[in-house]
Write a protein that binds this ligand. Structure first.
Ligand code: GLP
Length: 239
């Protein structure tokens, strides 16, 4: 795992956006996976600027969703899809046909997961993924105890995730379940970028960097098994 420490969030977002563009500019039709959540929003602003300055690196890209809250979809402010639509897909003018995402208000989650698993099987592996980290060490909604062999599935959310997740919404939500890509699909991704910013992430980053091997109760530690993973942190999150 390569570790890149930035002075602050602004510098981190700049570096990550430039890194992403450099990684994908030579690929003819990259398959990309970008996380929702608060941390990547500054990266997306920079990616949109870079794209508008004529790079056009996203013209041929396809996107797969990383995760979604069950019960919420693109119409719900604070959902993963809502955030990605607002910050990335819409500003980049990505066609709906290029976005392969979970529908959190669906009623057949196993069918949805099967479809996404088949899509990745046939069009993957994912070329590049940008991931955030939950304070409990989750990546996507791969909660503590997730298997290295896991693929897209419906999961019960950890109590910490249910509580922390309220920060995305104006009114209290029932956040008991999520849908997520699995650790297997994440670990098969060509390039992984993991980002963390702020003091709240300091304990989990310390845990990740102290025990440099896979611990099933800290899902993010599975990334030690990946040979092309880059951790971008700011000074506050870094120990
Ligand atoms: C959220 C999402 C993850 C995200 C992580 C960190 O609950 N499910 O995909 O990367 O937790 O979120 P944030 O960047 O808001 O701290």
């Amino acid at each position: 795992m390569q570790i890149i420490v930035s002075k602050n969030y602004i510098e981190l977002c700049n570096k990550v956006a430039n890194f992403i563009v450099d990684e994908i500019k030579e690929l003819s039709a990259p398959l990309l996976c970008f996380a929702g959540g608060d941390t990547p929003t500054g990266v997306y602003k920079n990616l949109v600027k870079l794209d508008q300055s004529g790079r056009g690196v996203f013209n041929q890209a396809n996107f797969v969703g990383l995760d979604e809250w069950v019960g919420l979809n693109d119409e719900d402010s604070g959902s993963c899809r809502f955030t990605l639509n607002r910050d990335l897909y819409r500003p980049l003018n990505i066609k709906e046909s290029k976005i392969h995402f979970f529908e959190g208000k669906g009623n057949d989650y196993s069918k949805q997961c099967e479809q996404l698993n088949n899509f990745i099987e046939n069009n993957g592996p994912i070329n590049l993924a940008l991931l955030g980290i939950g304070v409990n060490g989750h990546i996507g909604f791969n909660e503590p105890g997730s298997s290295l062999e896991s693929v897209a599935r419906l999961v019960s959310l950890d109590e910490i995730t249910q509580n922390v997740g309220q920060k995305y919404f104006e009114t209290e939500q029932k956040l008991t379940q999520g849908i997520t890509l699995g650790l297997k699909q994440i670990l098969e991704t060509g390039v992984i970028i993991l980002i963390a910013s702020g003091l709240k992430k300091k304990p989990i980053i310390k845990e990740l960097l102290t025990n440099k091997s896979f611990n099933p109760s800290v899902p993010v530690s599975s990334l030690w098994k990946h040979s092309n993973c880059h951790l971008f942190v700011d000074e506050e999150a870094f120990s």
